[in-house]
Design a protein around this ligand. Structure first.
Ligand code: 5RP
Length: 224
């Protein structure tokens, strides 16, 4: 079993009958959704899933997890999601799979947030992983120039040589920052930049991190 699979399966053990569960996106979340699907089928686990992307929605539907959209539920009890980097003080970069907007919206209306990662994602400071910024297509070249002037080394996310289009029809500009000295200051700056829809800094959000290690998953809980 690989590390992503082991944390995906471990995280699914937090899912209890009657819960509404945010279903994250990515290659690690894939294993969590798969395991929840198995439990729904074999153990008659009774839950509602709230997918954070078209990909997770499709997977959940195919394996028989009952789903609702974020607007159809009162709130979400627990979201289990992957992450691209987690710093020593448990701040995160997400959006490597381009689902950051829906992931952040669902996490915002969720009681408990679990991130599942393999140990390579645990870092001292954020920034080695390019920071995804979701932008409105109108004016995106201007934003690109602005980020270049600021020394943020932007690149447009591409897929098969075309600009990547997110589930909500936006583009992604990745900022190659190497190290983010002050994530809160940068988050505020991006929040205030016209044309930016959302960014991949997920700050003060996670409650539990499950880290995949060779000798088994390590659970870091009660983070906040
Ligand atoms: O934020 C995400 C998608 O937008 C993913 O959770 C993140 O990119 C981690 O993905 P993976 O588990 O495939 O490494």
């Amino acid at each position: 079993m690989n590390l992503k699979e082991s944390v995906g399966i471990k995280a699914a053990s937090y899912v209890k009958n009657g819960m509404t569960i945010g279903l994250g996106t990515g290659s690690t979340a894939y294993y969590m959704i798969k395991e929840i699907g198995r439990k729904v089928k074999e153990e008659k686990l009774d839950i509602i899933g709230v997918p954070t992307s078209a990909t997770s929605k499709k997977q959940a539907e195919e394996i028989g997890i009952p789903i609702k959209s974020i607007d159809e539920v009162e709130k979400v009890d627990l979201i289990i999601d992957g992450a691209d980097e987690i710093s020593a003080d448990f701040q995160g970069i997400k959006g490597g799979g381009a689902a950051l907007l829906f992931e952040k919206i669902v996490a915002t209306y969720t009681d408990q947030v679990i991130w599942i990662v393999d140990e390579s994602k645990m870092v001292d400071k954020l920034g080695e992983f390019p920071l995804p910024v979701e932008v409105v297509p109108y004016g995106q070249e201007q934003l690109f120039r602005l980020f270049t002037k600021k020394g943020y080394h932007p690149s447009f996310r591409k897929e098969e040589n075309k600009l990547k289009v997110t589930d909500s029809g936006h583009s992604i500009i990745d900022l190659h920052l190497k190290q983010i000295a002050d994530p809160k200051r940068l988050a505020k700056e991006l929040d205030e930049t016209v044309g930016v829809v959302e960014h991949g800094l997920f700050l003060d959000m996670v409650n539990t991190v499950i880290v995949g290690k060779q000798n088994g998953p390590e659970i870091i809980s009660s983070i906040r």
